[in-house]
Design a binder for this molecule. Structure first.
Ligand code: SF4
Length: 97
């Protein structure tokens, strides 16, 4: 039994946490991390099972930006392992969307 059990039961009943309860979770220490993850997983499993929704971005242009912002992986000349291509054609954009 941990301090998270009542909060988990509440979440499983679709009741929102109070501000104080939410703050306690946010302020929990590293030693409590496994308990927090286990509690969150119980709620996640109840409502989402093992399903995962994956979203990702597709850039219309990638890796060949003519600007030279030294920190950026998208700049022309960057050695970062990002995809490099110029503008996608409109039909490619639509099919990716
Ligand atoms: S941050 Fe990257 S993508 Fe943006 S202008 Fe600079 S080099 Fe280009």
């Amino acid at each position: 039994m941990t301090w998270l059990d009542p909060l988990t039961t509440k979440a499983l009943a679709r009741e929102l946490p109070t501000r104080a309860e939410a703050m306690k979770v946010l302020r929990s220490g590293d030693d409590e991390l496994m308990d927090v993850v286990a509690a969150a997983f119980k709620v996640r499993r109840r409502y989402f099972g093992r399903r995962v929704k994956l979203n990702y971005l597709v850039n219309i242009k990638s890796g060949l930006c003519p600007e030279d912002c030294s920190y950026c992986s998208q700049r022309l000349g960057s050695s970062a392992g990002v995809l490099k291509y110029t503008w996608l054609k409109p039909d490619e954009v639509i099919s990716n969307a």
